[in-house]
Design a protein around this ligand. Sequence first.
Ligand SMILES: [Cu+2]
Length: 163
Amino acid sequence: MNFNIFSSQVRQRIQRWVICLVAIATITLLTPTTSAAADAAITVYRDPSCSCCGGWIDHLASQGFQASNVPTSDMDNLKQQYGVPDEMTSCHTAIIDGYVIEGHVPVDDIKRLLAEQPDVVGIAVPGMPVGTPGMESGDSRDSFTVFSFDQQGHTDVFNQYSF
Ligand SMILES: [Cu+2]
């Protein structure tokens, strides 16, 4: 009699173990392997007449970003609103995860920004350097710098590309 009670307890314990293992295996299998950055939604504001902005949006989409394209005629005001310093401005202005992305910033720098979460307003590639994503022109490539900028308008070098 006692033996029977004991064995049913053991059986219950084994059953609990198996359920637990199955749950762990299921969670492991269902967890996506893609990074958070690749799933992130990015809103891109651009002037309706800007074509290179579309090239940059294609670059984002090809890297798995969910880019929404928002044509806006008043880009100057929008940049001011989002705290983009005058000397950092380019064509489009994008927002991802609370950060401002100004201009033709490569996806790798956006991913680094999201991973490191520095205390900045955003990052920018000022102007429109030839060879940046969306600004391709044959084999020509300008060297360019990705800057970060903070709430006070201070800028810092975030990354540099030399060609
Ligand atoms: Cu552009």
